[in-house]
Design a protein around this ligand. Structure first.
Ligand code: OSB
Ligand code: MG
Length: 372
């Protein structure tokens, strides 16, 4: 295939309720979708991708406007130069451009989708997925009060979510976790995510979380603190899980061999794409390290791709692939549904979902066309 043009559609989707983490309060999803057109030699094909970068550089150094700029100025020109572009070689063609994994992943997604449409192959079958449904967990933001927290979590448990993850930060950690266990008991899967809000000085405080039977604690320390996570892991009984720190398969290998992580959150956007994410899955599987699929508040497009990824055999823990309704009243694809604690893995060619042009137009705030 040869890439002939790209259109980046920046969209803003209102969230059903604010999503608060240790680093920001989000009230709308601001991202861009990639629409890539290719010449196959015997016709035209279009593929779609989604950038998981957030509106500001607060989770990692990427953000929506930066992703659009680096795609226009650097990534797209590099791909326009390639005569025979394949999904498997996108990362290779972009390797000389440092960083920007989320922007690269969005482009790789579009190439994957186009290639799979040509081959009439589902993403699950392309990856080698082994199940048709994946257990669905939900990520719960920091709430303004304990009663509101209990109401939110009670609602998700009633809906049937298979696992609850609660965001924590200094000042909102032990007390909410204790309140949730007091109200709902010990009989459900419960974990916490600090999004890098602590330092090793907080070790004795974080150790108090060991009393609550948590499945894991996700990314308590900074992105670059792999060695310090290893120290903290020795001090705590709660299993350590890294998210922000796992920026590549190499970082995953280092974190595993240093004892910094016993579980890994896999997010394709964070590591440059689904193909690198599968490498991390394979590496973890070979080392007996459990993985689960993270989320970045994706639209139906990214959510569908994540569900396919999470059907690989190493994903032995429920992930953050929730139903679309958890975040959005309306989406740009048909809704991804959580039922009976699971999400069905899409079966159609490509990611198995299509972009609804009317919905895209409704939520689009800007459009950029890039040609060679
Ligand atoms: O740390 O896992 C995270 C959302 C945005 C940025 C970072 C994270 C999250 C979530 C939400 O926890 C996961 C989801 O999409 O449900
Ligand atoms: Mg996280």
């Amino acid at each position: 295939m040869k890439l002939t043009s790209l259109t980046l559609h920046q969209i803003r989707l209102p969230l059903v309720s604010p999503f608060t983490t240790s680093f920001m309060k989000e009230t709308e999803k601001d991202c861009y979708l990639v629409e890539a057109r290719f010449d196959t030699g015997s016709g035209e094909v279009t593929g779609w991708g989604e950038s998981v970068a957030m509106v500001g550089p607060l989770y990692s150094d990427e953000y929506t406007a930066g992703g659009i700029a680096v795609t226009r100025d650097w990534l797209a020109p590099a791909l326009f130069n390639v005569e025979h572009l394949t999904a498997e070689t996108v990362g290779w063609h972009l390797r000389h451009i440092i960083g920007h994994p989320m922007a690269k992943s969005a482009l790789e997604m579009a190439v994957i989708e186009a290639q799979l449409k040509v081959q009439n192959l589902s993403f699950k079958d392309y990856l080698g997925g082994v199940v048709d449904q994946i257990p669905s967990g939900v990520s719960v933001g920091i709430q303004d009060s304990i009663p509101e927290l209990l109401e939110a979590i009670g609602g998700y448990l009633d809906e049937g979510y298979a696992r609850i993850k609660l965001k924590i930060k200094p000042g909102a950690d032990i007390e909410p976790v204790a309140a949730v266990r007091r109200e709902f008991g010990d009989d459900f899967l419960f974990q916490v995510d600090a999004n890098a809000a602590y330092t090793l000085v907080d070790a004795n405080h974080l150790k108090k979380l060991d009393d609550y039977g948590l499945l894991l604690i996700e990314q308590p320390l900074g992105e670059a603190d792999i060695r310090q996570h290893a120290q903290l892991a020795k001090l705590m009984d709660t299993p350590m899980c890294l998210d922000e720190s796992i920026v590549s398969a190499e970082a995953a290998a280092d974190a595993i061999s240093l004892g910094a992580t016993s579980v890994i959150n896999i997010k394709p956007g964070r590591v440059g794409g689904y193909i690198e994410a599968k490498r991390i899955h394979d590496l973890c599987r070979a080392h007996g390290v459990a993985v689960w699929h993270g989320g970045m508040v994706e639209t139906g497009l990214g959510r569908a791709a994540n569900a396919a990824m999470a059907s690989l055999p190493g994903f032995t823990l429920p992930g953050d692939v929730s139903g679309s309704k958890r975040f959005f009243h309306e989406d740009i694809t048909k809704e991804i549904v959580m039922h009976d604690g699971v999400v069905d893995v899409p079966r159609g060619p490509g990611f198995g979902v299509t972009i609804d042009p009317a919905q895209l137009e409704k939520f689009r705030v800007a459009e950029y066309t890039i040609t060679p």
